[in-house]
Design a protein around this ligand. Structure first.
Ligand SMILES: NC(=O)c1ccc[n+]([C@@H]2O[C@H](COP(=O)([O-])OP(=O)(O)OC[C@H]3O[C@@H](n4cnc5c(N)ncnc54)[C@H](OP(=O)(O)O)[C@@H]3O)[C@@H](O)[C@H]2O)c1
Length: 263
């Protein structure tokens, strides 16, 4: 299937490793120029150079902390300026910290809202008007299976990602006739550093080894394995593509069957 996005420009947040990096590579493989960010400059500039070399696309990379107020909007503006606009926006960042309600103060909630909800809104606010003027655009929000079924020890993520989905569904309605689609992707357990940290947290809090925590996680997945970042990237690339033009306001699980809901 031809994705039809060669020459489009995509902005991918949190793109120096894990799911964001896999998505960036997937979009570059389809011929998209890229704007990438992450906090760590060294790793980011290394992957940006690798992607440019591997796929022959333009890559604009900037170290950004998306949890800092104003940083997401500034980065989106810089990306549009450097690359002549942005057609595809993939809202992604690191996940909020683990913890239970009584361990997290109000400041932790404010930071997590800034990172997970407000940064996505800020980049969308900057980039959406030009997408609408062009009559073509894609917004894909990376959330989590937790918006269908809360995960233990992840109260920040469980709560704030649900707000992202509510915002995105409403936005999809608001821009329905514009040629811009807005969708969410909901990963279950994909094998990245973030998941490794979560497994260690479960091991510590449950008094078990990391391998036992992994075995427990896998046991609950009908496919009996974790997902690969590249499998996740394929879904995002499709939603970002020309071919997905009639799909909007939808949340797609990619979880090996983990979620137990019927729909
Ligand atoms: N992997 C899964 O199975 C899974 C499942 C459900 C949900 N998710 C969610 O999907 C997202 C990506 O997950 P992942 O597994 O790819 O995570 P990851 O391996 O921890 O990678 C996160 C990426 O985002 C960057 N990042 C982190 N904090 C940032 C910040 N404040 N500002 C800008 N960039 C930031 C990181 O680079 P720096 O550290 O250098 O900034 C890195 O490039 C996370 O929100 C995660 O919670 C993942």
């Amino acid at each position: 299937m031809q994705m039809g996005i060669k020459g489009r420009v995509a902005l991918v947040g949190g793109a120096s490793r894990g799911l964001g990096l896999a998505v960036a590579r997937g979009l570059a493989a389809e011929g998209c120029d890229l704007a990438l960010c992450a906090r760590g400059e060294e790793k980011l500039s290394k992957v940006a150079q690798q992607i440019a070399d591997d796929y022959g696309v333009k890559v604009f990379a900037q170290p950004v902390d998306l949890a800092e107020r104003g940083a997401a909007a500034d980065f989106a503006q810089a990306a549009a300026r450097e690359l002549g606009g942005v057609d595809i926006l993939v809202n992604n960042a690191g996940g909020p910290p683990t913890g239970v309600f009584l361990d997290l103060d109000e400041e932790a909630w404010r930071k997590a809202v800034e990172l997970t909800l407000l940064s996505a809104q800020a980049m969308t606010r900057v980039l959406l008007p030009a997408m609408m003027d062009k009559g073509w655009g894609r917004v894909v929000n990376m959330t989590s299976v937790s918006v269908k079924q809360p995960l233990a020890g992840l109260i920040l993520s469980n709560s704030i990602r649900a707000a992202v989905v509510g915002w995105a569904k409403t936005l999809a309605d608001e821009v329905g006739t514009s040629g811009v689609t807005v969708n969410n992707v909901l990963p279950g357990w994909m094998l990245t550093e973030r998941v490794d940290q979560l497994l260690k947290h479960r091991a510590e809090t449950g008094g078990i080894s990391r391998d036992e925590a992994l075995a427990n996680a896998v046991e609950a997945i009908p496919m009996k394995r974790l997902g690969q970042p590249e499998e996740f990237a394929d879904l995002v690339v499709f939603l970002a593509s020309e071919r997905a033009g009639y799909i909007t306001g939808v949340s797609y699980l990619i979880d090996g069957g983990l979620n137990r809901g019927l729909t």
